[in-house]
Structure formats: C-alpha cells, structure tokens
Design a protein around this ligand. Structure first.
Ligand code: FAD
Length: 418
C-alpha cells in the first residue's frame, strides 16, 4: 500500500529535514505558542512572529528553498512541497512563519529574479535574514480575478513615480515593512477590454508573447514600497472567514516612490508580481494537503474513540467507514496528482495544465473532506475553538484564494481547446 497518512520519506536529503521540522513544530514551536497563549483566535503581532522567523532561520527552515548563497538549501519543488505539507499537517497556529509564507522569503517570491543590487540589499536580503517583512498588493475591491481592471495608478514624475489607489486583502500587511505594489501606468489606456491577457487570475495564457507594452494597452508596473512612505496608509483589512487578522488595506495618496524601487521594467508589473504562475499555483497545494491530512487524522482519532449505543466506536459502523474511506481516497488522489506534477516540474516539463488541475482538485477535495470531517465530529465540529471547525473555514477559503476554482477550469478548458 503506497497510501500513508504520514508518508515515509525516502529522499536521503529530505528525510532528516522532515524529521527536524516535525520535531521543531511539535516541540519548540508548540511550547512557544503555549507559553505566549497563542491560539487561532489570537490577534497576532509582529512581536509574536519575529522571534519565530528568526528561530526558524537559525534552524535553517526560513527560506530553505533558496539558493545556497542566500542561506538556503536549493530545494527542488518537490522537497519544498513536502516541507509545506508537513507544516500544514502540524496544526501549529504559527506554522505560516516557519518556511517564510507570512511576510517572509516565500511571500517575496519572484522579487529575487528581477531585483537590482540595491533592491536585493535593501529589500530581499533583510527579508531572508528575518529582519524585514513584506506583503503583496495586487487586489482591489473591483479587481480580483480580473486584475487588469485595477485602478491604482503610477504616474512618472521626475526621478520617481507617484502612486494613487486603494489595495485590499494584502496578507501579512499588519506585519510588513514594505509591499510589492502593482499599479497601472497612468499614461496608458484604461480600457480593460484592450488589455493584455495576464493569464494569472483569469486562467488564460501567460505566454511571454503577450503584448504588454503596446501603446494602446494598459501597462502595469511593480514597485517596492516602504509602508512608512508619506502618502501611504496601512489600514486594518477585512477579517476573512478564517478569523485571522492578517489582512491590510493599503491606501496610496500621491505617494512618491523613487525610480530605483521600480522592480524590473515599466510594463512588466503583472508578470513579475505573479511570478512563476504555474509554480506558485502548485506550491499552494501542499499546505492544503497538510490540512487534509490533519483533518483525516483527527477524524480517525475521534471516530475510534467516540462510542455510540452499545459502546461501539463510531468507526465500527459501516456508514462511518464509508465516509472515512471517501475522505482518504480524496486525500490520496489530491496528494498523488500534486506530487506527480511537482516531479514533472522538477524534470523541467511543462505542467501548466496540470497545475490548474491540481489547484482545482486539491481545493475542491479539501472542502469535501473537511465537510465530512465536520459531520463526523458532530457538535464539536461546529464549535468555535475546535480545530476541525477552523480547518473547514480555512479550506472553504482555498476554493477562492490564489485563483478561484472557476478560473482554474477556464485555464484547463482553454488548454484543451487550443
Ligand atoms: C484571505 C484572503 C487573502 C488574500 N490575500 C491576497 C494578497 O495577499 N494579495 C492580493 O493581491 N490579493 C489577495 N487576496 C485576493 C484574492 O486573490 C482574490 O479574492 C481572488 O483573486 C478572487 O477575486 P475576487 O475575490 O475579487 O472574486 P471575483 O473576481 O469577483 O470572482 C467572484 C466569482 O466570479 C467568478 N469569476 C470571476 N471571473 C470569472 C471568469 N472569467 N470565468 C468564470 N468565473 C469567473 C469567480 O470564480 C468567483 O466565483 C486575498 C483574498 C482573501 C480572501
């Protein structure tokens, strides 16, 4: 049987890393959360997170995927995914701060590829050292899946740019020192119907042959913006159904950014901000796989110990066994396809369509699995403070975050039709 809730790791480099990571998550990090009274309902502060970033860096986990010259271990996508799944399965509230998802090197994403020496020194390397943190600001109230309809503008002005607009849902904003902000160049066409096809949230083609930069099309640029710049205000963002207070609105009013903070070239903004789209899409999946694994584990535990009339455990009932079997099957399918796509990516193959499929299937199956987990936990699964109740809300969000399920379907269908 190849299925296992806690897979045995056969990669000789990865196996000791996974063991060390599990020890840290279940030991020191669990104790840290306990000592500081941190629960899922806590309003986290930078003072809660920064020690975890720093300790995770000391242990070699923070930014572990990066090249060795940046203190990482140059992991393959598959290796990074395995660590992300482990974090997701740990149930730790601060798990997001261990590998660098919350304001750290994983959120900084593709900055590295485009950064100048100055930008590396001032922005990227301090993030890797866990000294500074960043957020990613693309979405606006009326620009989500269709990011091209964004209204935030960048106007060239002497030796810099002036930004105006209002970004919403910048995750990690409350803890960040700077943001990667994407804005439309003010001198380009606002008619979104003539816009480029970004292929990111819309699920359409991202080919490098897109016509970004043509004069009759809107052009987008990416900026590294210090959040204490005059004209920039960071406001408490909306609280999503997960209950986490990790979102910010970023309001820009005649906010001046020096030209040296332009990331890449003018007009490259969307491509840079959304980076290696296929890779990012795939790398969001293992965290959800971890949550699925955790939920299945908790459900097995509960149904083994919860007794019904006659003193029999729930898990002795065939109706319950079938539910658990379906949950495990969903998990196995979701995990198998994700790691198959990651392995192909590591071999250098084009897995664009597969990445759409993985994001779609993992999100939809995670939601199904969590729905059954709630069912099998009865009133406990409906009670705030119960981990299953939290995971259910979190996995419901994953069908929308980082590209909705509909957008993934658009991408798959388009690839099949082309
Ligand atoms: C908790 C949370 C964290 C987030 N973090 C960030 C962040 O850090 N940075 C950031 O920039 N953004 C962030 N976002 C924004 C997120 O990326 C968007 O919510 C997402 O892209 C969807 O956009 P929307 O919510 O505006 O939905 P809409 O685009 O309004 O979509 C609504 C519905 O219409 C469907 N739909 C839209 N277009 C199509 C189409 N062409 N074909 C078929 N169906 C379609 C969608 O699938 C969806 O079901 C975050 C959001 C949340 C909730």
């Amino acid at each position: 049987m190849t299925f296992s809730l806690r897979p045995t790791c056969t990669d000789p480099h990865l196996a000791p890393l996974v063991d060390r990571l599990r020890d840290y998550l279940d030991g020191e990090l669990a104790a840290y959360e306990h000592d500081r009274g941190i629960t899922r309902a806590s309003r986290l502060t930078r003072a809660d997170l920064q020690p975890v970033w720093q300790r995770s860096r000391e242990l070699g986990f923070y930014g572990i995927h990066l090249p060795k010259k940046y203190g990482g271990q140059d992991l393959t996508h598959t290796q990074l995914a395995a660590l992300k799944e482990e974090v997701g399965a740990s149930g730790r509230v601060l798990g997001h701060s261990v590998l660098g998802d919350m304001g750290g090197p994983l959120r900084a994403g593709d900055i590295l590829r485009y950064a100048t020496e100055y930008q590396l020194k001032t922005y990227f390397l301090p993030v890797v050292r866990a000294e500074r943190a960043c957020c990613f600001s693309l979405t606006e109230t009326d620009a989500g899946s269709d990011v091209r309809s964004m209204r935030t503008t960048a106007q060239r002005d002497g030796d810099g740019y002036v930004l105006n607009g209002h970004k919403v849902f910048s995750s990690a904003g409350p803890f960040a020192d700077f943001a990667l902000v994407v804005a439309r160049m003010a001198d380009t066409n606002t008619d979104i119907n003539t816009g480029i096809n970004t292929g990111i949230n819309t699920g359409t083609s991202t080919g490098s042959g897109t016509a970004e930069g043509e004069s009759d099309k809107p052009r987008f640029s990416a900026f590294l913006l210090d959040l204490d710049t005059p004209g920039c205000r960071v406001l408490d963002g909306a609280t999503p159904m997960s209950g986490e207070h990790i979102e910010s609105d970023i309001v820009l009013e005649n906010c001046r950014v020096p030209a040296e903070n332009l990331l890449g070239e003018e007009g490259q903004g969307l491509r840079i901000a959304l980076g290696r789209v296929t890779v990012n899409r795939l790398l969001h999946c293992p965290t959800a796989l971890g949550a699925m694994r955790r939920a299945l584990d908790l459900t097995l535990d509960r149904t083994r110990h919860r007794t019904v009339a006659g003193g029999r455990p729930l898990l002795a009932l065939q109706a319950i066994q079938h539910k658990v079997a379906d949950m495990a099957t969903d998990f196995y399918a979701a995990r198998s396809m994700t790691y198959a796509a990651l392995a192909a990516l590591d071999r250098g193959e084009d897995v664009r369509t597969e990445a759409f499929m993985c994001k779609l299937f993992v999100a939809e199956s995670a939601f199904r699995l969590l729905d059954e987990a709630v069912q099998l936990h009865g009133k406990e699964g409906l009670t705030q403070g119960n981990e299953i109740e939290y995971l259910f809300r979190k996995m419901r969000m994953f069908r929308i975050l980082t590209g909705t399920s509909e957008i993934q379907r658009n991408g798959i269908a388009r690839d099949l039709a082309s």
